[in-house]
Design a protein around this ligand. Structure first.
Ligand code: URP
Ligand code: ZN
Ligand code: ZN
Ligand code: ZN
Length: 510
């Protein structure tokens, strides 16, 4: 049909495209419980031309308006996934989900925006962002960019400024792992932290000690351990704890906020807790896989089954997941991502003889909203307003796009989901919308079902059908100096004044 590009190749499962159920640019969502991070109320939501116009009880409209009944259901801001990799070239291959298929999957699962990681091309940030702008042309939902910093020189430093000021990228990821490819050393991390601070950009870290991981991998190979379990054994939680602690301390030394991506272990989480307790501006992002899975799958004798769980840092032993859930519910960790980085069975088989060659990454962009609801709200660990904060609002605040995103308020973008708490979901690769032939959540069922997704004011998911249009997604610039930077200058001033006495002493000594 007109919205479908034959090249997108959805062989199995339900068709990805359809005709939008309404050409109406006016929508009224009636009678639902509208949930924001700050409050919950029964109200109608009126939408026009992609924006929320009004949120109040009993809105009356003409008959040119599409009315959706949400009685008994929750009306919430669409999910924002802070951590995805679509069309990502990594470990000798490219993720099977691109900006269309990954986003279509996201929409089917109630996520209406994601922030993806731009990888520089031969060290050039400008070339990197140009490549990602091309990849993202087929977008069917809104998206933003982070950028990875993989080397350091005057040029990179200058380009970071261009990214922040001209490209709307306010976050830079530093990889302390992946030795020989993306990994950087402490000297570079310090330069990067200083530059981020001067630009008001948020520094992000992949916290594993890459040198020690390399050592751990050699150890496993020497012992003849070449299967997927070798992945977990070679990079234990202590290496995540070490790198998390180091990054936090260096960010504290520079006095700039830090965002720790994919927090997978108690070890890393406790470092974040410790730093926050003494007032350091550190954000911790657990991902869906780390919250609900455990590493037992990596020991499955079937390579295809085990390999699909290989990601870094590894999914940990049972117990870490529950501790991460608790940390999320008590505010030690602040928002949930997925690290959606999809490689199919054929791609995973690149490492059939050697776990070091299994492309790292798991799915989650479609499953996150359901998993967090079931695991956190249904279990009674968090409230419905907390759910909105952890899946949407906090991400919008951190990346400085609140309340355009992350809220059901007049003036906000009409990215809205309707969740039925009395219905249920089931996850299987047979019906999911990712291009993956597998799913790390295969067979999982739970309570709560996202029945409707509205993106940019259009119904894109309803009655288990997707109605998505390539090219309809917009790039969302993320401005620098988010709320975490409040007070940074005062702390700097305090530090400088504490140096007055030693400076005086040094001067009088000469
Ligand atoms: O295994 C993972 N996490 N793959 C994606 C790259 C990254 O480190 O985020
Ligand atoms: Zn179609
Ligand atoms: Zn990472
Ligand atoms: Zn990632």
């Amino acid at each position: 049909n007109q919205f479908c590009d034959a090249g997108f190749g959805y062989g199995e499962g339900e068709p990805i495209c359809g005709t939008p159920s309404s050409s109406s640019s006016k929508l009224l969502i009636k009678g639902g419980t509208v949930v924001n991070a700050h409050q919950l109320e029964i109200a109608d939501v009126y939408v026009e031309d992609g924006k929320i116009i009004a949120v109040k009880p009993t809105i009356r409209v003409g008959d040119d308006v599409l009315v959706i009944d949400a009685t008994g259901k929750f009306v919430m801001p669409g999910g924002i996934d802070p951590h995805t990799h679509l069309a990502f070239e990594f470990m000798g291959t490219e993720t099977i989900d691109d900006f269309f298929s990954g986003q279509a999957a996201a929409l089917a699962g109630g996520t209406t925006m994601h922030i993806d990681f731009v990888i520089p091309v031969n060290g050039s940030l400008t070339a990197g962002v140009e490549a990602y702008e091309k990849k993202a042309q087929k977008s069917c939902m809104d998206y933003g960019f982070h950028m990875a910093i993989t080397k350091w020189d005057e040029n990179v430093s200058r380009e970071m400024e261009i990214m922040v000021k001209d490209k709307g990228i306010n976050s830079f990821k530093f990889f302390l792992a992946y030795k020989g490819s993306l990994m950087i050393n402490d000297e570079l991390l310090l330069e990067g932290l200083k530059k981020c601070k001067s630009l008001g950009a948020l520094a992000m870290v992949h916290a594993e000690n890459g040198d020690a991981v390399y050592e751990g991998q050699k150890r496993m190979i020497e012992l003849g351990i070449t299967g997927p379990e070798g992945h977990a054994l070679s990079r234990p939680a202590v290496l995540e704890g070490e790198a998390t602690a180091r990054a936090i301390r260096l960010a504290g030394f520079v006095n700039t906020p830090l965002y720790v991506v994919h927090v997978m272990s108690i070890d890393a989480m406790e470092e974040i807790a410790k730093a926050r307790k003494v007032g350091q501006k550190v954000v911790g992002e657990p991902v869906a896989s780390g919250l609900v899975l455990d590493d037992s799958w990596l020991w499955n004798p079937d390579f295809k089954t085990a390999a699909k769980y290989v990601m870094s840092p590894p999914i940990r032993a049972s117990g870490h997941n529950k501790a991460l859930q608790a940390a999320l519910s008590t505010g030690v960790l602040q928002l949930v991502g997925t690290d959606h980085c999809a490689f199919n069975s054929t791609q995973k088989a690149l490492g059939i003889d050697d776990f070091r060659k299994i492309p790292n990454g798991v799915n989650g962009i479609e499953e996150r909203m359901h998993l967090v609801w079931d695991t956190m709200v249904e279990s009674g660990q968090i409230s419905v307003t907390d759910y909105v904060r952890l899946t949407s609002t906090e991400c919008a605040r951190i990346f400085n796009i609140y309340p355009r995103k992350g809220a059901i308020l007049p003036g906000s973008d009409a990215d809205i989901i309707i969740l039925n708490p009395n219905s249920s979901f089931e996850i299987t690769s047979k019906s999911h919308h990712s291009r993956l032939d597998t799913n790390v959540y295969e067979g999982r069922r739970g309570k709560g079902k996202i029945e409707v997704t509205i993106a940019g004011g259009r119904v894109v998911w309803e009655n288990n059908k997707l109605m998505v249009v390539p090219g309809s997604g917009k790039y969302i610039q993320t401005p620098p100096f988010n709320y975490l930077f409040n007070g940074i200058d005062k702390a700097d001033a305090r530090y400088l004044s504490s140096l007055q006495a030693p400076v005086k002493r040094a001067k009088s000594a000469t």
